[in-house]
Design a protein around this ligand. Structure first.
Ligand SMILES: C[S@@+](CC[C@H](N)C(=O)[O-])C[C@H]1O[C@@H](n2cnc3c(N)ncnc32)[C@H](O)[C@@H]1O
Length: 251
């Protein structure tokens, strides 16, 4: 926690950075993230206690979910990332400064590892009771290969959050996004539907997969698509098929 002497110093350092995550650093200081992270946390349905667990947070960026795992009692937390920490078409161009400032301010013992998801292996990083793979799957060109790497370092439970697309198709399917077709971002590649995510997780060795988020009904998606069009946010067809979803998978 921040002493009152250091509060204004910390506030100035926070203000000097651009943040992805919204992190409560205590003493009334909250990082001004572009992501409404506490709202996303509520969707994940994480175990209330992670006491005694080891946790790996893949694609941790500013570290919100790593710090949350530590807060829930995890005995060891490793935050891994690569792109955002190098500003390689990712993040704020300031490397790991946000993560490091948050870790320092929170007095956190979260460890950090600079590693691409495709280089994850038990030899490289070990195996973890619980693995977070949040907001990363749609950024990898070869999702099944990435999930194989993720499965290799998961001892028990994976929490996966992703963009889904082709929602409403019963068969496993995925939308492909060449040329910035998802949100104008050239690092977005694939939007699988729920059945495709579940199928891929089983294919890489998870024995049980639970879809945590509600699969929205067609009328709901139609109303939301009309709203998106009204707001100029997305095309009606894309908004009708796209969503975000959370899955828990177990070895
Ligand atoms: C949309 S952000 C999500 C950040 C955080 N996990 C969350 O859910 O708020 C995507 C993150 O994935 C990371 N990422 C994308 N591709 C990656 C890869 N191949 N290896 C490691 N990290 C990657 C980015 O650097 C970035 O931090």
């Amino acid at each position: 926690m921040i002493s009152s002497v250091n509060r204004s110093d910390t506030a100035a350092q926070v203000a000097a950075l651009r943040w992805y995550h919204t992190i409560d650093l205590g003493n009334g200081i909250v990082t001004p993230g572009i992501d409404q992270t506490p709202l996303r946390l509520a969707e994940l349905d994480l175990p209330a206690s992670l006491a005694g667990k080891t946790v790996l947070d893949i694609g941790a960026w500013d570290g919100f979910f790593s710090f949350e795992a530590e807060r829930r009692g995890a005995v060891r937390v490793v935050a891994s990332d690569h792109y955002a920490w190098h500003g390689l078409g990712w993040g704020t161009g300031q490397g790991k400064a946000g993560f490091e400032l948050a870790r320092r301010t929170l007095g956190s013992r979260v460890e950090d590892r600079d590693v691409d998801v495709l280089d994850l292996s038990p030899d490289a990083i070990g195996r973890f009771d619980v693995v977070f793979f949040l907001g990363v799957l749609y950024h990898v060109p070869n999702p099944l290969v990435a999930l194989e790497r993720v499965a290799s370092v998961t001892a028990d439970m994976l929490v996966l959050e992703t963009v889904v697309d082709m929602v409403g198709y019963r068969r496993p399917a995925a939308a492909f996004y060449p040329d910035r077709q998802l949100n104008g971002d050239p690092t977005n590649w694939w939007g699988p539907n729920h059945a495709a995510v579940e199928g891929m997780l089983k294919a890489v060795g998870f024995s049980r997969v639970k879809t945590i988020s509600t699969i929205r009904s067609a009328p709901y998606r139609a109303a939301r698509a009309a709203y998106h069009r009204f707001k100029g946010k997305n095309t009606i067809a894309a908004a009708y098929r796209q969503d975000r979803a959370v899955f828990h998978a177990f070895k």
